[in-house]
Write a protein that binds this ligand. Structure first.
Ligand SMILES: *Cc1c(COP(=O)(O)O)cnc(C)c1O
Length: 442
């Protein structure tokens, strides 16, 4: 492996090299996000290869609603999983088929359901009897028919995951023991027809074995609940939990044993599945498909000492990267940027010093420009010789980046979002928050 390959494996995406990132930063300024369509294709291809043959894969748009991201993943044959009319609009502007979308979420309003049906969405995940009845009513109101999956809150499969949605009381799904509700949910309601189950037990399950346990548990719960309701499912959406590194260097994991494990479990729960069809299975993820495709370019604004600590102030804070994580609500802020090298050939020396304990590293708190101590991207990170003006790249920021951040807080401009396909620039755009007058009705 050449020196340069090692550098790139350290977090700067290939084939966009340091010179490429630097050129984008010079052209569009920082902070800016770079999304690489080639990396999206790579992640989608790898994940599909690790899933059981014939499985459907859905892209959860909330991880990154950029239309070019959605378009690329739809072109790879993925369906979309959406949960708002804004995400629906993003799918439409991506040119992806709304007939292939699954509409999910615990608080779908009647108006929202009518709009989704009117726009062509035909498959929904329903969370409760009331949710299902609202769907049936919206179908009648719009003269449409829809299929639905019954979202289940089943027993816990493992201890993994950074955020759990099942195995404890939550707003999501119907308890797997609520027999009467389930019996009613698995019976048709006029124009709304049940076709299967939906589970989503946890997200970001880092251990592949724990992930297999979660998915097998979801499958067992779905099969058991359907069986005891006398319901024959056509589709089992087993959710996901596929992990991805977030805002720090690291590779995307593969799951070489998963397809075999799940195919065996499917055969056990649905004997004769091969001959008489049996249920299709689907999986959903946002982060695993998009995280590695994104890089945040940011510039060091100031380096200062306070007491015994060093603070490195960036031009990106929780308004740009992971507002939810910045506030400690989701994941601890552990952002680890890597320097973008000044010029071809100058680099390895700089990067070589960037590892923990390297000769000229500084232990610092990485903060953003906002006037609040909550604007912390990493309380303690090793940085190579940080200095004002230095260009940094935060790898693995394609998921839960810009739109998961506090974009309105402190009223700073949003970063430019740059889309590339390998080394080729595709497009650049900037989110603008607008105020419009609302007519007072009195
Ligand atoms: C958030 C969510 C996902 C995506 O989760 P990731 O961690 O991005 O893979 C999938 N399905 C549902 C129902 C969700 O709420």
């Amino acid at each position: 492996m050449s020196r340069d390959t090692a550098v790139l494996a350290d977090g700067v995406p290939r084939p966009l090299d340091h010179a490429g990132l630097r050129a984008l930063a010079e052209r569009f300024g920082t902070p800016s996000y770079v999304y690489d369509l080639a990396a999206l294709r790579e992640a989608a291809t790898a994940l599909r290869a690790d899933l059981p043959a014939g499985a459907e894969l859905l892209y959860s748009v909330k991880a990154n609603p950029h239309p070019l991201v959605i378009r690329e993943l739809a072109a790879c044959g993925l369906r979309t999983e959406i949960s708002s009319l804004g995400e629906l609009a993003a799918v439409r502007s991506a040119g992806a088929r709304l007939e292939d979308a699954l509409y999910t979420g615990p608080g779908k309003t009647p108006g929202e359901l009518r709009s989704a049906l009117g726009a062509g969405v035909r498959q929904f995940s329903v969370e409760s009897l009331a949710d299902r009845d609202r769907l049936a009513r919206a179908c009648r109101d719009t003269g449409t028919q829809a299929e639905y999956l019954v979202r289940l809150n089943g027993p816990r499969g493992s201890r993994g995951g950074s955020l759990r949605m099942t195995g404890r009381p939550t707003a999501f799904g119907t308890d797997w023991r609520a027999r009467d509700d389930l019996a009613a949910l698995f019976a048709s309601a006029g124009p709304a027809r049940p076709i299967g189950t939906h589970t989503f037990s946890a997200t970001n399950v880092e251990d592949p074995q724990a992930l297999a346990v979660e998915l097998r548990q979801s499958l067992a719960t779905s099969a058991e609940v359907a069986r005891s309701a006398g319901f024959v499912p056509e589709l089992l959406d087993l959710g996901g939990g596929f992990p991805a590194p977030m805002a720090q260097p690291g590779p995307l994991r593969r799951f070489p044993a998963l397809a075999g494990t799940l195919a065996a479990a499917l055969d056990a729960h649905f004997p004769g599945r091969g001959q008489d069809g049996g249920p299709r299975v689907a999986f959903e993820t946002g982060r695993h498909l998009t995280a590695a495709a994104g890089t945040l370019l940011t510039t060091v604004v100031d380096v200062k000492r306070s007491g015994d600590r060093t603070f490195v102030v960036l031009d990106s804070g929780v308004n740009v990267l992971g507002g939810m994580s910045g506030l400690g609500r989701l994941m601890a802020p552990r952002t680890m940027p890597v320097p973008v090298l000044p010029a071809e050939g100058a680099g390895p020396a700089v990067l070589a010093a960037s590892g923990p304990g390297g000769a000229s590293t500084v232990r610092a708190s990485l903060v953003g420009p906002l006037c609040t101590p909550l604007d912390m991207l990493n309380p303690a990170v090793e940085l190579a010789d940080p200095r004002p003006g230095q260009l940094l790249a935060v790898p693995n920021t394609g998921a839960y980046g810009l739109t998961a951040s506090l974009v309105g807080f402190l009223s700073r401009p949003a970063p430019v979002e740059i889309t590339v396909d390998g080394p080729t620039l595709v497009a650049a755009r900037q989110l603008k928050l607008q105020t419009t007058e609302v007519e007072a009705n009195d």
